[in-house]
Design a protein. Sequence first.
Length: 462
Amino acid sequence: MTQRTTSIGLSFAQLFAILRARQLILWLSLALTIAATAGLTSILPKSYTATADIFIDFKANDPLGGRQFSPMLDESYMQTQVDMIRSEEVANQVIYATKMMSSAAAKKMIEKDGEARVKTVLAERIIKNLDVVIRKNSRVVEVRFISNDPANARDALNAAIRAYLDMVTRINLAPAKSRQEQYSSQLETLRQELDKIQASITQYQQEYEIVDADERLDIGTRQLNELTTRQSVLQSLRLEAAAKHQAISGLIKSGVQAADIPEVAQQRGIPDLRLRLTELERQMAEIGSVYGRNHPKFKIVVAERDILQQRLSRESQVALNSVLAEERRFDQQAQILQNEVQSKQKNMLEMKKHRDVIASYQRQMESVQKVYNNAVQKYDELLIASTVNSVNLSVMRWAVAPYTHSKPLLMLNLMMSVPVGLLLGMGLVFLIEVNGRRLRHVHDLERDLNMGILGRAGERSA
């Protein structure tokens, strides 16, 4: 008889025979596991998950931030946004917005551990329950928050989104604010310098009584021009009077009577006297031819003529003296006018010096004004550019209170309990089988007892 070696382990047929023999224990273990899972699921605290979607847009070439490439090329950009959402600052804002520190449980913890410790614990809990899901090839991210209360999950998530938006806005406006403070300081300095120069101009004008700094609008200039024009006219009259005086002097030297000089004969009253004298001489001729020269009428007319001639001589001499005095009068007027012109010119030169000082101030003010205007323009351009080229965030969907809990899930737990219950039942079956081994299959004789099989009787083996 050939000796056989004992096989180690169990064949699949032996395993199946053992399970079939003790299948009641297997199914009972499965049923108990499923029941225990269902009971445990029903008593576990419910967790609710609120969700929201945020659209994150990027723009390139930020003049304030110095970015000169597209953020899409920066692999860390989206991860940075995730870290910002799950940051401690956002968590602290959620604590403040939802008033977690005012709850009864938080107050008890504060009495025990202190406010700072409780705030840190709450912030860590919020960060743990706050999750961000980045969708592949998309600018939309999903934000989730888990809480044991639906309303609290909604409020906490919306508060976290608002805190994130505020943080991004503050970070984006930080360069613009810094530049604004710098430019505001520079603009204030320029404004003070402009005011100082303007005050200097005003003080100088008041000190020297300068009404208008524009020389083209100055009354003194117009007055000087008028005096110069009058001086030119007076000079012409003076030359004309000198020529007339010279001509009259020549006539007098040649023996011409004053009354016969044309300039004198044209004087007022002289022509009338000459006409009356001519009339008297005509009467003398008539009376002398009729009555003779010794007649009283003739002598009366002669006496009257002599009186008229004396009067004509006096009037002619007065008129001659008046004509000859015109040159002296014009000389005096010319001298007075010359003095006025010189005085006015002196005043104008003095005023010109003052206006040069004012013009120097004005050039300084124009230079500072130009620098100020350029600074204001650059300031406005930077503010506009920082606003246009900032990160654009938009909340596509705000969180709402979830209707059902997200954890624990009964169906999922029951499905997971089936393999667990089977494994537990199999383990229990094999444990019982090891403690009370029985012959279940022909392989038990061949493999374990090393005995040959001569034949089979009874139920046919499959």
